[in-house]
Write a protein that binds this ligand. Sequence first.
Ligand code: BMA
Length: 790
Amino acid sequence: MLEVTPLGEGWTLRHGSDRLPATVPGCVHTDLMAAGVIPDPFLGRNETEVAWVGRRDWTYERLLGDSSAQEQTDLVFDGLDTVAEVSLDGRPLGTVRNMHRSHRFDVTGLTGRLAVRFVSAYAEAEAVRERLGERPAAYAEPYPYLRKMACSFGWDWGPTLVTAGIWRPVRLEHWSTARIARVRPLVTVEEGTGVVELAVDVERTRVEAPLVLEASVAGARARTEIRGTGGTLRLRVPDPQLWWPRGYGGQPLYELQLTLLHGDEALDGWRRRIGFRTVELDRRPDAHGTGFTLVVNGERLFARGVNWIPDDVFPSRITRARYRERLEQAAAAGVDLVRVWGGGIYESEDFYDACDALGLLVWQDFPFACAAYPEEQPLRGEVEAEARENVVRLMPHPSLVLWNGNNENLWGFRDWGWEPRLAGESWGEGYYLGLLPRVVAELDPTRPYTAGSPWSGSWRHHPNDPAHGTHHSWEVWNREDYAGYRRGVPRFVAEFGWQAPPAHATLRRALPGEELAPDSPGMLHHQKADDGNGKLERGLARHFAVPDGDFDRWHYLTQLNQARAVAAGIEHWRSHWPVCAGTVVWQLNDCWPVTSWAAIDGDGREKPLFHELKRLYADRLLTVREAADGRLELAAVNQAAGDWTAALTLRRMSVEGKVLGRRELPLAAGARSVGRVGVPDGLTPAGPEEFLVADADGLRAVHFPVPDREVAYPDPQFEVALVPEGIRVTARTLVRDLLLQADRLDPGARADRGLVTLLPGEEVTIGVRGWKTPDAERARSALYCVEPTR
Ligand code: BMA
């Protein structure tokens, strides 16, 4: 039987003449931090101070013994970051240059000092750039010339911290006769029967030994003899329970087991938890253009998505528990699709295991983002090898439903001036429209592939054409007001978003001692977007008076504005289902403490947007919109399996709380569809002193006819009381977008809800966890709401 010796212990990192203890998996930065050689680059402006680390070469070492009696011993690295020579007692075992691959070396009978000598990623990337010629890119760093997580080199939300290290587990594998080298489970459902086809490759020390493969799943068994280096098994599971995205059904998983035998002896085994489901991507042309609708088990879905970036710029630090926590947060926000963005990585098993269990659909980008990528060697071979490895590695996961060739590179070629600059040089098209779809079709034909995001499906339409395929909506954040989201109905919005600063406690931790201001040195350092603060301020000024010298109010209002902006997009687009079949918010998470588009900040704290997503992504959503004739109407979005009928109450109200008009109307929305109710004459609010309130089934939509800046809000008045769950707030006036910033009460405290608008006399209970010394007056000081413009 194959035996494993983990090699996580006993490593050192050479630093000058010192040998520092090293953590494996890990990276140079975290080892240097642990040894006190560098400060935490997440704090203050330390990032700049540690820039030298990425420019150096680094060597990891440990002793290797091999006392195994087996015929072969392999040294297996699940991941090396990135360019390294692996040697034993000075004898080279091999060189590597791809963070996205694993590596295996035959070390049978060898012992001695194992060394992994990393060359600076910059040195390699710059040498390749020199040789292949510079290509256009969104950032000046050399990420397209090396197969390494692109955002390691910095992004418009991330620090430049260019890592090196043994970033995934390493071990020895001792085996005899044969081992399982690769398993490709093709899992489908055919007329109610679960079908598993297992294509298995073996590696042998003994060419002639007769081998047997045995597999089982859900009581079904299969067995085959193999003479060569591979075999195929088929299993049929009658009437399996189907795996569904969350909200549509359960997530039953079945244990799939495979054993490799030689006579009676089990040589090797493999097991995964799989799920039975089908997936298609409907991209047929229709009256509106070209659709982009995911269909799971025959059910057409509006995808309630978020974009995922590496959860830590040092990805070796992300534990299974942290993946689980972050993805549970996504699920709690009502999300059912997570897009793993192409400037990051193929995530670890822990990520996809959590998605399988939580019913989160995964859209996986191949790691290419915002640049022209050369297609010459040594890159081409690396790209093919990593694609082959990762398509096979991830294919057991039912959550994975879509492969995507790249982020914004087809768009960049056409729109960002790359085409003329490239003058015929390779730029990645051969990957996205050639190599990658061929690899997916060959190895995993059960899953759809799309060439890019955004992508219209062919060069006949502009890559970011909203009427065809996927669309990224960035003009609105960059240049316009968020009302701009309401302009059209894209078929699938794969990226759009709005910035806001992180939670107050996160800023306090990241910027110790700083007197916080929107433009204080640390705040500016932790804002990486081009003119980011300018866009924040201008976006805010369209709705609110920008507070001068009051950081706390600025912080509240920019966070509120982020939630309002994303709400404007999602409410509009969801109300246009099925023409629009998905929204993927940029972005769920952060990789360090920063002002960014994220809903959950770099310390894992939830911004108001996070709570707003719970409302926006719930099965039922009530929203007020302008109909084609310019009149107001209620749209009732019903993504549930049953019809939705309810009594809708419409109230035209004054800001002082007087009811100026009221009607009860029946509301009806069929299963997975959108119902509409026109706002009757006489109920349409007008001017700065009126607004509309729509209530149905405990859901509420409010609509103000003028921007907040112009609304004649009263001075907000409310009472605060402590209750066992947290606090209760009772409004004496209209209280608009009340927010408890629980982290101000205690850095460990969390509120269970975000923004809430109360009419005079209404009350809300805000649950608070992790608040050690509850106190009503302190709670009041952490409560914010919209105030009248003075
Ligand atoms: C898109 C993304 C990212 C970027 C984001 C915000 O371009 O694909 O590259 O971080 O917008 O600018």
